[in-house]
Design a protein around this ligand. Structure first.
Ligand SMILES: CC(C)(COP(=O)(O)OP(=O)(O)OC[C@H]1O[C@@H](n2cnc3c(N)ncnc32)[C@H](O)[C@@H]1OP(=O)(O)O)[C@@H](O)C(=O)NCCC(=O)NCCS
Length: 185
């Protein structure tokens, strides 16, 4: 069957092409079916995914993976799969869900991948890409008040608190700005 986009004029085709980003320890790429087991493991772990909408069943994790892939089509940017030595260890990218305040740096890592500076390493690559591809001097991030790991990571990326807002899910969170320029690796 002909793909739907093949029938659209070229100018109307969404740009789904995520670049390949490489760092010293990581490769970041467009999420795909290879990432499902890592998504399912992360969301099955209630503690690991507590701040990221978990726990979720495998079929629900499949839905999150579909959403992450589809975001690239709708927005032209999105979340990368973060891989190390060929294995998926998490996700990191820029997302903007409809109705939420703005372009947001977001991350998750499997528990075994935490505490090694890997989220920060992925973030530095994503921020440099966002600076050039999205022409954004800064992006935002937000998280629950008791998410200490996300706050430490935000501060290590030069983040500063901007304001507090109530989000579409009814939860109030601080919003931080993170510069895309000049974050040291
Ligand atoms: C948020 C999250 C991605 C942070 O992961 P992380 O591994 O703590 O973050 P970093 O990659 O910046 O690693 C920093 C830690 O690694 C340590 N570290 C070890 N080696 C390091 C290195 N070479 N370079 C930098 N840090 C290093 C740091 O000391 C720091 O430890 P600390 O947190 O105990 O102070 C992770 O906690 C997570 O997946 N949480 C669930 C999802 C979530 O809450 N997302 C955000 C909400 S939207």
């Amino acid at each position: 069957m002909t793909p739907v986009t093949a029938r659209l004029p070229r100018s109307a085709q969404p740009d789904t092409a995520a670049p390949l980003l490489r760092t010293a320890r990581l490769t970041l790429r467009l999420p795909d079916a290879r990432d499902l087991d890592a998504y399912a493991a992360f969301f099955a772990d209630a503690q690991a995914s507590h701040f990221y909408g978990g726990p979720l069943r495998r079929d629900q994790a499949f839905g999150v993976l579909c959403r992450d892939i589809g975001h690239w089509s709708l927005r032209g940017y999105g979340k990368f799969a973060v891989t190390r030595n060929g294995a998926t260890i998490g996700g990191c990218g820029i997302v903007h869900p409809d109705g939420w305040p703005g372009r947001e740096l977001t991350w998750w890592l499997l528990p075994d991948a935490r505490g090694q500076g890997l989220a920060r390493e992925a973030s530095v690559a994503v921020l440099a890409w966002a600076r050039d591809a999205l022409a954004s001097a800064e992006v935002e991030t937000h998280f629950r008040d008791d998410n200490d790991a996300a706050l430490r990571l935000t501060r290590s990326l030069g983040g500063r608190r901007l304001r507090r807002a109530v989000f579409p899910d009814g939860v109030a969170r601080d919003i931080h700005a993170i510069p895309t320029d000049g974050v040291a690796a």
